[in-house]
Design a binder for this molecule. Structure first.
Ligand SMILES: *Cc1c(COP(=O)(O)O)cnc(C)c1O
Length: 351
């Protein structure tokens, strides 16, 4: 039976290997003597976890953090042996998967500790201690019970709630973790996410866990200029039309032509993560030509103004520069939300 060749997508996410590796190396250097891992949950923050893991493993990364066992399963053939930790720990329903996958649960509750003690067959686990975020993790008062449970503990970690701020919470969490870890021996200790790494050596411990910065996010202002964007949406022009002076473009006619203008309609919209907040605000590039977004961004389409006598035609590709701090300011969305919103219709390709 003949198979039809795949239909080329009219939108693609250009992903830079060099930028990903450079960002990881920068965060590794900022981590001092600590090993530098990578948070690859949520499909590598939307960029494609299998590719991210294979690229960073080649660069020397030996610790990968996912949220769920399903995510671990999808990386089982790519991640180096013993490199994966599952941040959400272990539910009863995860035991069968955990038995087959080379990954450590990060145990968050006394219930999870008991479950792994009984079902883990002596395999290594990690422990998350909650030092004040009050989200996931063992309470400091329960650390003694964890220590006496006879677990094979690889890494004891905590997570900072406000590492991107300068308030007193960082130091409070650091000090509490320093006290707690004395009662919970482990091979390694770990505190810092991307922003936490930039708080300095008091926060580095043995292992760091950056996510955002690897993918081009700037976690604290001091990293601006050192972090390189990794992902750039590109999309194909479906139609070019001449709009007469006084005519409008798009839903609710939010843009009016001041003079006759060539307008390009492009195959990208808010369903792909190019949000309505970029209406009359974002821009695309064709070479060095700046093409402003005009009118409302719709679900599947966005409209751009072309300059007079532009050679740009139907079928051409345009790029949408995606500086995360800038797009975050434009949209009011966090850099994390912007990354994880890149949709399934993109063809993701690494250059
Ligand atoms: C997501 C996550 C990280 C990575 O955080 P970034 O802010 O993206 O660097 C680190 N540790 C834990 C426990 C996480 O959940």
């Amino acid at each position: 039976m003949a198979t039809t060749p795949p239909n080329p997508a009219p939108l693609r996410l250009r992903l830079s290997r060099d930028a990903l590796v450079a960002n990881w190396r920068f965060m590794a250097a900022q981590s001092g003597t600590a090993a530098c891992g990578a948070a690859v949950k949520a499909n590598g923050y939307g960029l494609g976890a299998p590719d991210v893991v294979s690229i960073l493993a080649k660069a020397g990364c030996r610790d990968f953090f996912v949220a769920t066992w399903d995510e671990a399963m999808q990386l089982a053939s790519t991640a180096p042996p013993g490199s994966m930790a599952v941040l959400h720990g272990l539910r009863h329903g995860d035991i069968a998967a955990a038995a087959q996958i080379d990954a450590r649960p990060v145990l968050n509750t006394m219930g999870q500790v008991k479950l792994w003690r009984d079902a883990g067959q002596g395999r290594a686990c990690d422990i998350m201690v909650d030092t004040g975020m009050n989200r996931l993790g063992i309470s400091p008062g329960d650390v003694g019970s964890v220590a006496s449970a006879g677990l094979n503990i690889d890494t004891v970690m905590t997570h900072l709630a406000s590492a991107d701020d300068d308030g007193p919470q960082n130091e409070a969490q650091r000090a509490l973790f320093a006290a707690v870890r004395r009662n919970l021996p482990a091979r390694r200790h770990s505190i810092a996410n991307s922003a936490g790494i930039l708080l300095g050596s008091d926060y580095h411990a043995d292992l760091t866990r950056p996510g955002l910065a690897l993918y081009g996010g700037v976690p604290r202002a001091q990293a601006a200029g050192y972090i390189t964007p990794v992902a750039t949406p590109e999309a194909q022009i479906l139609q070019v039309r001449r709009v007469q002076a006084g005519e409008h473009v798009g839903y609710n006619a939010t843009w009016t032509a001041q003079r006759d203008t060539d307008v390009a309609t492009v195959n990208l919209g808010y369903a792909d993560g190019y949000f309505r907040a970029f209406s009359n605000a974002g821009h695309a590039l064709m070479g060095d030509k700046h093409l402003p977004v005009i009118g409302r961004v719709s679900m599947d389409l966005v409209t751009l103004a072309l300059s007079p006598h532009s050679q740009i035609t139907e079928g051409d590709w345009v790029a949408f520069p995606y500086d995360l701090p800038e797009m975050s300011k434009l949209s009011g969305l966090s850099q994390y939300e912007l990354l994880t919103s890149f949709g399934q219709r993109f063809e993701r390709f690494w250059v």
